[in-house]
Structure formats: structure tokens, C-alpha cells
Unconditional design. Sequence first.
Length: 747
Amino acid sequence: MAETESVATEPTGGSATAGSPAPAREPAAQTTDNNQTPDAHGGGTDSPDAPEGRRDDTDRASATADTPAASAGDDGSGAAAPGRGDGGATAASGADTASGAEPSPESGAHASEEPATTVGEAGTEKASADPGDAGTDAGSDTGSAAEPAARGGTRAREQRAGETPDGPGGDDAVTEPASAAAPEAEPAAESGAEPASARDGEPASDADAPAASAGHGEATSESGADARPADEPHQESEVPDAATPSVDDTADPAARPALPRVVLTADSPVDRAGSAVSAGRELAEEGNYVLLAVPAEAAEVSTTATVTKGGVLRVLNVPVDADAAAEISVARAEVAALAGPGLVTGLRRRFARRKLASVRARVWETAAADPEWSARCEAAYQPYVEAFDPAARTNTGRSTRPEGVVVGVGPTNMAGQGYAWARAVERKLSGVRAETFSLSSGNTFGFAADRSISTDDWLSRSWQLGQLAYILDHFTHVLAECAMPPFGRLNGPWANYDIAELDAAGIAVALAFHGSEIRDPAAQRARVPFSPFDPAHELTRALQSKVDRLAPVVRAMDVPKFVSTPDLLHDVPDATWLPVVVDPDVWATDTRPLERERPVVVHAPSSPFTKGTGLIEPVVERMHDAGLIEYRRIKGVPHAEMPALLADADIVLDQFVFGSYGVMSVQAMAAGRVTVCYLHDSVAEHLPADVPIVNADPDTLGAELERILAERDEAGRLAARGPAYVRENHDGGRSARVLADFLGVTP
């Protein structure tokens, strides 16, 4: 296709044996005006409603076999989850990837005045306790598992001043393909049910352990293994009104805390009353970011972060002995399978709990007696420690506090806009530096990015820790595209899960939306006559479900918000229009349009569904067959070839169903082409009065094209105004001025 856009995906965290990345399932995709439209299951495909082969198709780059997933907006992608509240919504997450299904809402998510918050990637809540609750049995009949003493005590590696990581990513990246059956992560349920890991005296899993009760003013984020009993029914609920913390985006970047990193390791499962947790908490409260690595009791790598007033304590549960972890997991599953009422079931459950306690005791007694256990633990922790702790890899003499204002933009780079915004603020705002980090498997059109993120990296727990360290070291601000998490799936599927740690490091956060990840199909259908969102269409239902989950979360996040096209202001009323950016010089051409007897009309439907291709092609095909125009449908053309294709066109048709113009219209105007697009009245009120676009909808397109052919001089004069309009509104200057307030600088 001739798209100038790409789709990026956002995978979940997953399970892994020690020292290996955690495999994860991918979320379903959303669509973008300037991107491939996912099918109802989330794969990026052309809409079934849109006709395929068209006369003079230019199909020079076939679509990739693995359609990119992720929540793609019209110029970008995203999906979201419940926000971390100032007063603490409580939830936790699971890496239960074996079944390919996301965990469902668990119990007890609620806002309160002071309590710590446990937020996780699937929005399920687990038992709350200080960091280190795993490995203790609840209930009088379970017995207690023997906890071996940590061999060699607790080992610490403290980052010395001036050390920095090499940084994750950087190699050719591929965005993971969509999983047809993977549902979106559900938000935490608001209910009073007992936490799963405390039911029936079942021992808490290592993922449960580092939950909250961190104390006054603390917040905890968690990702890892789901502790809900296997047969426990999912509890559906509304998204809780979880608030997110306000961020002082005008604070002096030099005043932000450095959060030097410290690594602690232990040889036994985390114990909230143990010395390892006490040491970690003390170091965190002194202003450090502490990683405490402990052996896991499950096959998954799981992690939990507790944000204190001074710093962060993150507990990382790493499988060291895969067989032992699997044995404990099987015993725990047997307990979970016996959940429910009844005398016989209760007796069987009691025996299963005792068996679980016995298995755990035997496993850890065996570990304590193994003279190689400490060395095995260290080997299992090594990939994660090296990713997180710069002292393990390099000593560059660089401070962990960046100088000046540095903004990170990512991770979708839809239509190359993340990169374009980054370059715009560098060119137009004095003293500001910017860097993009971008998932790139969907980047089939070759958009530039500063750091590419491969699928393998994005799914790797060690990469996620390295990404966290890189962001803490390098950025003062983060612009999270499509509400996707800056740290990857370390904490959860959406950016609000990462806010607590970013806030602790003094890093300001804003959101940027590109399209259908936040556009409400029902509201758009009610507002715009030619809306593509048929409520009977499977894709519409899928998009509506995603937006229904994301929108309350976005509303609750008290951070600056931006949208790339003005129609999205209806969906994010407190947002500011952040215009898309193109380089006018790249698209400039000396050729004038409409000088041929038979003008060339170009349509480049990256997504026929979101461009309205099926509605307009009967019109232009009739005119083509009558010899009035030469119609070219462009598909699969790399971004670098698009300027030449537009230069050879006379008329460019953009979209005809959303009521707003996008990147293609801007490129066509910059090239001085006659640009035809549908501008709905509700959008036109946000646009400059002199926008040089011929406004046509599917019903009036034929008449407007005939008028252009009959009044070529007038149409040519309108097209000639396009380059100046683009330089005024879309060369990056206006966008930089919009971002200046968020970045705390004077434009």
C-alpha cells in the first residue's frame, strides 16, 4: 500500500524460565486513519467492506504476512488500562500466557485516601502485603513451608555516580503479529471480595507477595503470575474511577531526583519480614531505585514495584529451578481446582493445601542444602541484573541525571509522527533534545526512529528492565503515544501503570493519541453521517469494546493530553490539537496540477475501512471508464517513494468517512496537489478558515470532481496555497509551540 503510516503493537508480559525472555501473548489491534485497519480479531487487514483490486493499482510492496497488532490509532496505536490513583486503585497482573487469555478483573480495586497501590498488566488484584509476602501460608491448617536462609546473606551492587546503561533496543525491530483470540486486558473490578491468594488458606504466590501496605503515600505496581484459582469465575465490572497523579511538568529538570540504582539478591523466596526486604525498603526510602531479585515459586518471571516517598523497591521473582517451580505450581493448581462450597470439596481442598505446604517445604529445604544454590540463583538473575544495573556493564562517568530538557517519544511512531514531533521540538525549541523509541515490526514503510524495538526485545523482561533504566537515566519528559507503556509490559498494558515510577523520578508524562485507539465509534457514528462504524460490523464492536475500557482511564489521568487530528477533540475534550508534521521541502515539486487533458487522480487507502474507499471508488471508476480521469489506487508503496507518486498526480483523494484530514492530505497540500477530503462541520470549527482542501463527501464527490475539471484555474489556485498552509501549520513550528508548555520552555 501507499500508506505513510505504520501500525505498532503492544504485547503482554509472559512466562519464562530463568535467564530467558518472557514470552507473551499480543493484544488485538485497533485501527488508524493512516494505518492498516485490523480485522475484528485485531489483525491488520483491509476492511472486508472495501473492494480490493482497482484499476491501475500500484502494488509495489506487498503487505507483510504477519499483520501488526496493537492498538493503532488513525496515525498511531494504543490501548489503555486503569490508572494509578493518587489515593490508590489496587490491582495486580498475571503472566499466565499458556492459555492465551488475559486474566480477568479480580477483587477489591478501590480508591482511598492514602493506601499503597498495586497496579498490574491485566488489572487483576491480589493479596496486599509489604514487599515480600510470597512463600507464607495463610490459614491454620496449611502448615508452614521451610524458608532456607539466604546463602551468603544479601548481596548488593550499588550504582556508582556517573554510570549509565548502553540502552535497550537499537537493532532492527519487528512488531509482533496480532493474536486473533487475545482479548484486551480487563480493568480491576471494584468489589469487596476476598483476594484470591488469601482464599481457603492458599499460600500466596511469589507474584502476590510484593503487594501494597507500603505505608503512607506509597504506590505499588505489579506484573507477573496470576494467583486467581483456576476455576474461579471472572468478575465483570465497570472501570474504577482511578485517578492518576498530577505531574509538575514545569519543574526545573535539574531538581529531579537521580534515583541511583541498587541491586540486591537473595537465595530464598521473598519474605516481607526478612532482611532482604527490610534492606531494600530502607535503601528505597533513602532515594534509590532498588531491584531485589529472589527465586520464584512459579515458572514465570514476575515483578512488583513499590514506590515510596524517597524511591522505588522492585521485587523480581526469577525461576531458578524450573522443575521445582513447576512442582509448586501444580500443587497450587490442585488447590485452586477445589475452590467452591461443599463439605467433601472443603476436605479435599484442605488436604490439597497441606500437600502444597509439604511440597514447598521440601523444595526449599532441598535448595538450602544445595551447595550450588547460590551460584544457580546468581546465574538466573544475571540477565536481569545486567539490564537494570549499569555497573554490571559499563562505567562511562556519566551522571544518571540528564542535562537540560530531554523528551522521549514512543513507542508507536505512527505515520512517523513520533519522530517528526521529536525533530520539531529540537529545531524549534532552544535547549530541548528529543529521542524516539519505536516498535517497528509494523513499520513496513520505513519511517525513521532513533531507537527501534524488536519483538524479542519488547517481550523480554530483561529488556523491559533495561528500558526502565534507560528512561530514568536519559529523559526528563515522556510523551506516551496511544497511552502505551514507556517501560513495555513491565508493569501493565497502558502508560498509567508506569506513572508512579516516572513520577518518583521527577519525569513528566503526557499522552498523545492518533485515532481509533481513543475514537468512540458510537459517538462518531451519531455525529458524522458517513461514519464507517456500523454497529453490526464485527470490527466496530471490537473497537467499541476497547475504547469503552480506555476512555475512563484516559479521563482519570491527570496529565497533559494531545491529539494528532482535531476530530479526536470530541473524544478527548481536555486534549490539545498537536498537528501532524511533514517536511515541506521533501514534498515540494515544480510541476503544476491539472495541465493534462486527463488528470491523474490518486487514492492511497492504507485502510479502505477508515478511508471510505468502498464509498468513493464507484464514483471515480465511472469517471475513469468515461475517460474523464485516470484513477490510480496506490497500495504497498514505501514511504520514501510517496513524494514522487504525489508529484505525478493532479488530484489526491484522502478520506471520506471521519470528517477530518490526516497525514495524506498534508503531504498532498505540501506537494501543491488538488486535495479532496471530507471535512465535517464539527471538525471544521477547529481548523483555520483558509484550509486549501476541496470539501467533498461520498455523495458530492462526483460533482466536485466535475467542477474541478471544469474550473481548472480556480482549482489550481487553491492547490497553490497548499505549501504555504503546510509551512504555517504542519512544518513542526506550531507543534513545537503546542508542546512547549508541557516541556516547561518558552517557544
